[in-house]
Design a binder for this molecule. Sequence first.
Ligand code: SAM
Ligand code: SF4
Length: 331
Amino acid sequence: MSFGLIDGFGRIHDSLRISVTDRCNIRCFYCMPEEAVDYARREEILTFEEIERFVRVAATLGVNKLRLTGGEPLLRRDLPKLIERLASIPGIHDIALTTNAVLLSQHAQALHDAGLRRLNIHLDTLDRERFRQITRRDDLPRVLDGINAAVNAGFSRIKLNIVAVKGLIEPDITPMALYCRERGFEPRFIEFMPLDAQSIWDRGKVLLADDIINLLSREISPLIAVPDADPRAPATEFAYADGAGTVGFVASVSKPFCLNCNRIRLTADGKIRYCLFAIEETEVKSLLRNGAGDEEIAEALKRNVSEKWIGHQINSTKFVPPPRPMYSIGG
Ligand code: SAM
Ligand code: SF4
């Protein structure tokens, strides 16, 4: 196994998040603007061939885990074909998908047949009116159908992403946790991060992981940190004391996990990013399109990783939000 992607702080990068589109069919307020979305032009978006080539090179440098995301990845036509192609690349042994599930009922079986086994489904609430308020669309029934279709298609490792916005999702925490517990899903509460398109984030709007842990411990069963959880995973795992399920927390704001970060990102328009919050990017699309050899692509990747900072500065007065919002980076 080659570990070609080591940064200046000794962190090994073996996990790649690939955004397959910046388009989305809903408009979560903490990610996208309500209107006038500034999408990349279609010709700017990497083709499946280009993504596959990039992953082949990344795999020679030690990348073995992929997550497909967006925008909404199920808007990308023939996504299962891309998954099949990526799964056949030597060295890639884990592929996951993050989706809002609006289109999942149509695609769940094909995704499973293509070899996908890990699904993160983004759903903040079971309340139709609050779903509409958050996403500016009335698609909760489709999302719930999508989740059921995923279970019927054979997906067993389902996680539900819930963005923890203070003053909004408190009434949803226990119902979402119970919904997951009954179905064997893992809820993952993600602290609201400053990546929204309309600059509405402020620290006071972040519902902290500790507050959710206390609430669920009171209302359901005490939550206990899982001792041997993977330190490089973004989510900290907790288990209910009564043994019936686990809960994940992505505490990017209150407990940044940068020191263990093993992730790099490829945007839909072909830029490499060493961090969600990175200000600078390394352009790789032109290399992929202009006949560059694999070594040049590998060099671009290594250069990007070598420039990686020690960590984001959300908690410092020096913090500068990245120039792209979440949907455009790929969450
Ligand atoms: N459309 C898909 C979805 O919503 O899951 C994939 C892309 S979305 C950008 C990836 C994840 O980012 C979502 O599941 C959501 O949990 C998370 N997210 C979006 N905006 C966020 C924000 N401002 N802070 C924290 N998490 C956010
Ligand atoms: Fe779309 Fe996902 Fe962003 Fe929501 S979080 S607007 S579903 S890309």
